[in-house]
Design a protein around this ligand. Structure first.
Ligand SMILES: N[C@@H](CCC(=O)N[C@@H](CS)C(=O)NCC(=O)O)C(=O)O
Length: 244
């Protein structure tokens, strides 16, 4: 199938693997919708060089960004904006919001603020290590941003681990009753959580095992849900029969 969309993603190591939490959201959403796409991989410094050429703006350059070839090479940046765009531009594909965009937006915000920020702290030193030739570049740009060393920024890992457990609690309670975060249908909320946990899984398999699968109250439910989400967490859409 020829691609309709170009997805810009962040390359960390070779072979190219998806790991970046924000670009995973767009990749998994395209997979869920079954929209064919091609990935353009950018290394960290290339994001700053290449993305302004697409956005033609001085706004902070980030990925994900998509170019929709089917729609006159329309450029859309930012994972939430891309989700809303895909929902409108591809109405014949499975819905990300299932008629309740507000619930999905709430869970997006909840997972971003309560989980991603903490996961980032657990992961940041591993990102630096895995950045290979860009290790120093990554360290310097982040230390400038945080105005402190990465080690100081990370602080005590056990504090972040405890916060992740506490913040997963409400989600685990939902998954004890329903197969997905907003009920019986998979949607954007699940894609957000899967993307953030994929980031943890990729960078810190030890912490993923301890905090998610080993969660005392809902480890089994998280494991079953993770397996259900597996078909969307790939580098291309699953075949139509396996999609939902
Ligand atoms: N809110 C944005 C966040 C985008 C973002 O922070 N992307 C990261 C990758 S996960 C990035 O482009 N980083 C490049 C850099 O920091 O130099 C979204 O959801 O798209």
């Amino acid at each position: 199938m020829s691609h309709q969309i170009i997805l810009y993603d962040l390359e960390l190591s070779s072979p190219k693997e998806f790991w970046s939490p924000n670009t995973c959201k767009t990749r998994f959403a395209l997979n869920y919708k079954g929209i064919p796409y091609k990935t353009v991989w950018l290394k960290f410094p290339e994001v700053r060089q290449e993305i302004p050429k697409l956005t033609k703006s001085k706004a902070h350059p980030t990925v994900p960004i998509i170019v929709d070839i089917r729609n006159g090479n329309k450029v859309v940046q930012e994972s939430w904006e891309i989700a809303k765009y895909l929902e409108e531009a591809y109405p014949d594909t499975p819905s990300l919001f299932n008629g309740n965009i507000g619930a999905h937006f709430f869970l997006h915000e909840y997972c971003s603020r309560r989980l991603l920020a903490k996961i980032f702290k657990l992961n940041v030193l591993t990102i630096a290590q895995k950045a290979g030739e860009y290790t120093q570049w990554f360290r310097e740009t982040r230390e400038q941003l945080f105005k402190m060393s990465l080690e100081k920024f990370v602080g005590d890992e056990s504090v972040h681990a405890k916060a992740i457990t506490e913040n997963l609690d409400a989600l685990g309670r939902v998954l004890k009753v329903y197969p997905y975060l907003t009920g019986n249908q998979v949607g954007w909320a699940d894609i957000c959580l899967a993307s953030y946990l994929k980031f943890l899984h990729y960078m810190r398999p030890d912490q993923f095992q301890a905090l998610v699968l080993g969660d005392k109250k809902a480890g089994k439910q998280f494991g079953d849900w993770w397996n259900r989400m597996g078909k969307y967490m790939q580098d291309a859409p699953p075949p139509p029969t396996a999609r939902i």
